[in-house]
Design a protein. Sequence first.
Lengths: 121, 379
Amino acid sequence: VNLRKTVARGILAVIYLGIGVLAFVYGRGHHLFIDNPSGSGAVTASIGSGKPLTIKDGGMRLIKVKGQEETIHLVFADGRQPLDIRVSIPILADTVGINLSGLQAGAQVEAIPLPDSTEEH
Amino acid sequence: MKVKFDVKKFLSDNIVTIIFLTLTIIAIPFSKLSLVYIASNLIDRFARSAFLVFALILPIVAGMGINFAMVLGATAGQIGLIFAVDWNVMGIQGLILASLIGLPISVGLGWFCGYILNKAKGREMVTGFILGYFMDGIYQFFGLYLMGWLIPIRTAVVGQVKGTGVRNTLALDSVRGALDRLVSVPLGPFNVPVMTFLVIAILCLFIVWFRKTKLGQDMRAVGQDQGVAHAAGIAVDRTRIIAIIISTMLACLGQVVYLQNLGNMFTYTSQRQAGYFAAAAILVGGASVARANIANVFIGVFLVHALYITMPLAGKEIFSSAMIGQYMSDFINYAIISLALVLHAWKNKQNADRARAGLRGGAESAALADRNAAAGGSK
């Protein structure tokens, strides 16, 4: 009986930790720098159901994203075809960056971890 | 047989609620607030605080009075939130993580608290009150010295500029409204946080179910008479510890729900406010230190918040200062706690006199003691 109780408690502990890990992985937030280099024109970026952000030519925007992967819908002011890109973000990076130049539709972009001078000690 | 309605008994049993209701009714017209505004605020505030107040029911059922040591559970919830914010876990996942971190801490603290309260039988409330202050000291040591020194702080949002210690005020932007906005339905002029209400409803069902279980019945038996419960084979001390552990766990979850609604946290004082508020609310709702139910929580939360909403503006109209109104609502809250405790002591004395007189000379002496007590009470 004791063994059964111990096993049951062990399973519950594993489930408890598992829920914690899942909450951490799916809820981990990141600051995402979107860099729109000069010469590529203004671009409007929409992430999930959030409201669209306009990034001027040569500008940058900092947004908060949740989870390790995010799809960004880009609409270019110069009339180019809109793009949907998938950005994968390293779980432990607080601040990451992507560069919008040279992206193609459906591209999988690896966000680059950046030093966070505003938030880290 | 027809039961006669006893006005005197009704007034005596509900005096605290009646005083509060009267004050609120007087304050509403003076505040000049529309009923829609008051109702909208009440919905928001009810979602914020109801969970926290439920934490007090089980210790009352188990005869331990108002669990002022629920502050320990609230502290555990805050520790969970500090880590969730520091690790930047956002939304509902952040709340889940905060709860998962806080719950084991609250179980440990609840056991510790229950153990101490068993050593101080008959003086549980004052012991719980002092335990709250004791925990405040430990928490400040943890928050101001261990965090950032022994336990790393990752972000400047949480850490103080000097490097060690958690900030006095934390912005909970990453989890603000995460539960309230998960499912929120606009209903006319109101915005109803359906998910929060669902969680509160589940908690109500849990309490109704729990009171019917063997453990729930044991708690009630222990609350009514510990000697009889012990003679009946109930493990009195263990049952009391479980009541406090459940209360502390609910306080932990309640504080997480409370703070996600507020959106910011006074790191070193929020937990204390939660304890005072919950005690005032359940007493205003008609509970006593020996009797409480779900309806007391609902009535209490609505009445206390109705006064909080209307009193500052009523104070501004009556005394030409909103601050006086704010002070008055705080003063009334504390006065209510005192009044409820005094009434409880007075009723206990009355019952003891009656029992003593009954032992001395039967029914006639008991009736005489009743008359004397009534005369003493009316002086």
